[in-house]
Every structure is written in C-alpha cells, then in structure tokens.
Design a protein around this ligand. Structure first.
Ligand code: CP
Length: 311
C-alpha cells in the first residue's frame, strides 16, 4: 500500500479485515517491521481515539512516534503563489518536505470548515501533504473522509455479526453543533464493499453526497428503517445540500432503547449522551462502542503494516 487516504485505497477489504483480526490476537508479531522507522502525526484538530490508537498501532509495529499539533507550530500557508505578508509564516511546500525527512509515514488530521463545499471537497490540506510529502500519507480524518474509523467499524461488524448477511442501518441523530459528513461518508463506502443489507435513515434535507451514496437505500422513516436491524450505526452530520447547515435538532431522532430493539449500537465517539442516544442505550449490553473504539488500534496497525511492507 502506497497511502491510505480513502476506502478506495483498500484492494481487498475482506482479507484486510481478516488480517486485522489476526493482528489483534497477537499485536506484537511484527515488531521488527517498524524498527528505526518513525510515524509523524500532524493534528490540525482535536482527537482522543485517533491520536492514542494510531500511536499504539505504530508502537505495536516497533515504530517511533512524533506528534505535531499545528497550533504549536508556524501558521501554514496552502495557496500556491501566496504573498505571505499576513498571518502565515511557512508554506506547506517546505513544511511537508521537511517533515518527510523526519518521518517514514506522515498521518494527518484536518477537519472541514463546513462553509465552502468546493473548498472542503478539494481536501486542500490532505492533498497538499500528498503532493509535497516524499513519504506515504495516512488520513486520520479529513474534510470528507475518515477511512481509519470506517475500517475499524467494518472489523467490529465482522466480529459481532451472528448472521452471514446482517442488516446494518446508518441513522442520523441530532446534535447542537454542525458536524462534518466524513464519518458517514466513509462508513457508507465501506458498507458498500461488505456482505451486509445496508440502508441509511435521516430526515429529509440530510442526504449525503449522492456520488458516495449511489444506490444505497434511504428511508426517511427512522422507526421503519430500524426494524429488525442487527447493527444501528448512529451519527450526526450537517446538511450536504445546504452545505454545513443544521436543518433540524429534532430530538425524536435520538436513539432510544426501544428504537434499538435487539440491534447492536455503534458510534465512532465522542458521543453526546441523551442527545444522540439515551443513557439506557450506551449503558446497555447492546452498545459495542467500547470494543469498536478498541478496533481503531487494529485498523491503524494493519494500514501502517501494509504501508511499511509496501504491499
Ligand atoms: N472517532 C474518532 O475519530 O475519535 P477522535 O476524534 O477522538 O479521534
């Protein structure tokens, strides 16, 4: 593998999931692979899981890890030809090449602004690292995608499924802040490659990018959509069509124990209790959010391993 910026970088999802589950059984089986190699993680935004799990994954492979919070570095410029006489002090052209000299792999987290769709979809930060870095780049959540999360989600469904083709529903839920579509986008993409009966439910106006959704069924009736589900993946996202806007905070879309039924409850975390899902859901045996978060380590580890092996 040369990079991991999108689900499309996975050549064979089924075998990758199998390998990740195997790694989980013996996480220290490849400690020589990363010896004398360094992962540099660059954060433009906050993180708990991604930061700690990716660091753990790298260390499990014998790698060293350096972390750069860009708020503690020079203000970066991304525009070609910019006259840098205002607030930016260093161009990404130099920064990415310099970081590459200290790194064997660079991992980047950079959320969208949610103001300008075209600008967010251009993935300026991630693509600038891809353009100027001289080592492989990993996406730790960009403007439009969170492929490490989606791979962890796929591993989790594979581990917890009790039927060959489980029913998986992605449900929108309310949130007081405008959130990106990245997690939902990557979850949709990964589910399209799995042997699952997959559908999406959300209020009208919350349609995701149609180029990602393709022919995945959408049901605007959440109760109907959740019937007989095996897995309910809950996530808020802001409107894609009325870009970045909150169109509804309708608490009727919050996941309750009654709505969940016998299904397993999934969420990428962090989660706002009693807004996205009620306490009774998160505190129930049906919630698998903690093992789901644990799989972030093995999703990152299998990706770093493939990149280190260059295959
Ligand atoms: N799910 C996830 O990416 O969590 P963090 O934002 O804490 O990294």
């Amino acid at each position: 593998m040369k990079k991991y910026t999108n689900i499309n970088d996975i050549a064979n999802l089924k075998s990758l999931i199998k390998e990740a589950i195997n790694l989980k059984r013996n996480p220290f089986q490849n400690t020589e692979l990363g010896k004398n190699k360094t992962l540099v993680m660059v954060f433009f935004n906050a993180s708990l899981r991604t930061r700690l799990s990716t660091e753990k994954a790298a260390r499990n492979l014998g790698m060293e890890v350096s972390i750069l919070n860009v708020n503690d570095a020079w203000n970066l410029e991304f525009e070609d030809g910019a006259v840098m006489n205002l607030t930016t002090s260093e161009h990404i052209k130099e920064a990415a090449q310099v970081i590459s000299q200290y790194a064997n792999i660079i991992a980047v987290r950079a959320f969208p602004g949610l103001k300008d769709k075209a600008k967010d979809e251009a993935e300026i930060i991630l693509n600038s690292f891809l353009k100027y870095a001289t080592v492989p780049v990993v996406n730790m959540e960009s403007a439009t995608a969170h492929p490490l999360q989606a791979l962890a989600d796929a591993i989790t469904i594979e581990e917890f499924k009790t039927t060959k083709k489980p029913k998986v529903v992605l449900s929108w839920a309310p949130h007081p802040k405008a959130l990106p579509q990245a997690v939902a986008n990557s979850f949709v993409k990964v589910m399209q490659h799995m042997e699952v009966d997959f559908s999406i439910t959300h209020p009208e106006g919350y349609e995701l990018n149609p180029e990602i959704v393709k022919d995945t069924p959408i049901n605007y009736n959440q109760k109907e959509a959740l019937e007989n589900a095996d897995f309910v993946y809950v996530k808020n996202w802001s409107s894609y069509n009325k870009y970045g806007q909150i169109l509804s905070e309708d608490s009727n879309w919050m996941i309750t124990k009654e709505k969940l039924g016998q299904a397993k409850f999934m969420h990428c975390l962090p989660i706002r209790r009693n807004v996205i899902a009620e306490d009774a859901v998160l505190d129930s045996e049906n919630s698998i959010v903690i093992p789901q978060a644990n799989n972030r380590t093995f999703s990152a580890q299998i990706i770093l391993k493939k990149i280190l092996e260059n295959k």
